[in-house]
Design a protein around this ligand. Sequence first.
Ligand SMILES: NC(=O)c1ccc[n+]([C@@H]2O[C@H](COP(=O)([O-])OP(=O)(O)OC[C@H]3O[C@@H](n4cnc5c(N)ncnc54)[C@H](OP(=O)(O)O)[C@@H]3O)[C@@H](O)[C@H]2O)c1
Length: 50
Amino acid sequence: MAPGYGDTDSNNHTGFLTVEQGAAILVRMATLGADGPTGGFFSEDGPVPW
Ligand SMILES: NC(=O)c1ccc[n+]([C@@H]2O[C@H](COP(=O)([O-])OP(=O)(O)OC[C@H]3O[C@@H](n4cnc5c(N)ncnc54)[C@H](OP(=O)(O)O)[C@@H]3O)[C@@H](O)[C@H]2O)c1
């Protein structure tokens, strides 16, 4: 999954999303039910071409 460009130490705080915003997709994917999508690459905006 892609968290987007987050405001963290690793990019000297140039990211435009908060850590909480970046974490949203990770939490959502980690808590998917058994019928959730698999084998894909996802961001907050949905599937990402890969
Ligand atoms: N920021 C973005 O926009 C972005 C986008 C896509 C992917 N990513 C990826 O997300 C990951 C984290 O990036 P970030 O932006 O959150 O970086 P970050 O702000 O530099 O945070 C890295 C975290 O890893 C911890 N850490 C580093 N070495 C460690 C070790 N040996 N043992 C335990 N913890 C360790 C650090 O702990 P301390 O605070 O204690 O040093 C810190 O909490 C990276 O793999 C990065 O490539 C980031």
